[in-house]
Design a binder for this molecule. Structure first.
Ligand code: TXA
Ligand code: MG
Length: 320
């Protein structure tokens, strides 16, 4: 049963307690309802992808009560500071370099070196984020391929029974998603038009490169060249493992395996998703010194999050 919580003090503290316990809580923001999870808890983030039934791991936005909190997990540059001072809180998301020591789980940004951060202006969202006292990863609270929800009822229509609670803060005043601005490179790039106008942004920081095509469709960060790929070659569907291979295992490891990272000894796709990016990075970092020339990957069944795991593994294994 999904709890419907009022956006008052008891509702907000209940929602915060659920988030801190690793549960999924939908929350109203000024843009659309988000499906929130503790961004430092990889299993909770994996559960978001499972609830949304996303066929792949799209990077998620982390939400914070104020800009000081947001800049704990990313490295702001001069443009980011200026824009945050004038346009936050509000419907604007900034993509910045993730701090290497950030507590945010690698799965939250789908293994990227960047992190999208946002400070919503909605008072109920801000109160919940303050009470949760940790970054909250939240994609729009709809099933993949359906429109974003702007009322608590829309959220329940798609996700009732699949999430712990909805914090009902009424209809979302903006009603479209936040503008996503990429500040990773030399020039700011508009990745998604949204609730903050280009004019407002350009008034602060000057010209912005527009990467979205004319119909507003976002280029998919999962497909970008900057997307993390291991430096060791990756071999999929391994049914045996050789001496010069590190093994990314799922279930019982193959006989004779040396250097091994097990995604899920019990064969649970949610656990495997939570550990996927850490596993790839770990083997990539430790393998070469141990004589590994390749990462062999055991098959992961395409069930539930297995689809997204296999999508990511196929891209990690594709020729570069
Ligand atoms: O208004 C909003 O932004 C809502 C509310 C809940 O905050 N959230 C939302 O999340 O729309 P979602 O997951 O539906 O869309 C997030 C967008 C995606 O297009 C994603 O590709 C992009 O932000 N994004 C997230 N992290 C990124 C990153 N590290 N680099 C590039 N793009 C990123
Ligand atoms: Mg969405």
């Amino acid at each position: 049963m999904t709890e419907l919580l009022a956006a008052d003090a008891p509702g907000i503290s209940r929602a915060a307690a659920l988030l801190r316990a690793g549960e999924l809580v939908a929350l109203g923001t000024e843009t659309v309802y988000g499906l929130g999870a503790d961004a430092t808890n990889a299993r909770a983030v994996a559960a978001v992808f499972a609830a949304k039934q996303r066929p792949r791991f799209n990077p998620l936005i982390c939400h914070y009560p104020d800009r000081e909190a947001a800049f704990v997990d990313v490295v702001p540059n001069e443009i980011a500071r200026r824009i945050a001072a004038s346009l936050w809180p509000g419907p604007l998301t900034l993509v910045l370099p993730r701090r290497p020591q950030s507590r945010v789980a690698l799965l939250t940004a789908a293994g990227l070196d960047s992190l999208a951060v946002r400070v919503p202006s909605h008072p109920a969202a801000a109160a919940l984020l303050r009470a949760a006292a940790r970054p909250v990863a939240a994609p729009s609270a709809n099933r993949s391929g359906t429109v974003s929800p702007t009322t608590a009822q829309h959220v329940l229509d798609g996700l009732a029974g699949r999430i712990a609670a909805v914090l009902d803060s009424g209809p979302c005043p903006v009603g479209i998603e936040s503008t996503v601005l990429d500040l990773m490179g030399h020039d700011p790039v508009l990745l998604r038009p949204g609730g903050t106008t280009l004019e407002a942004i350009e008034a602060e920081i000057g010209p912005v490169v527009q990467s979205a095509s004319s119909n507003g469709v976002l280029r998919s960060p999962g497909m970008m060249a900057s997307h993390y790929a291991p430096s060791l070659p990756v071999r999929l569907d391994a049914v045996s493992v050789s001496k010069d291979e590190a093994l990314l295992a799922f279930g019982t490891p193959l006989p004779g395996a040396g250097t091994t990272y097990n995604l899920s000894p019990g064969g649970d796709p949610i656990e495997a998703a939570a550990r996927l990016f850490v596993g790839l990075r770990t083997l990539d970092a430790t393998g070469p010194a141990l004589g590994c020339k390749r990462i062999a990957v055991m098959p992961v069944p395409s069930v539930g999050l297995g689809h997204a795991i296999n999508d990511r593994l196929r891209r990690a294994a594709s020729p570069r």
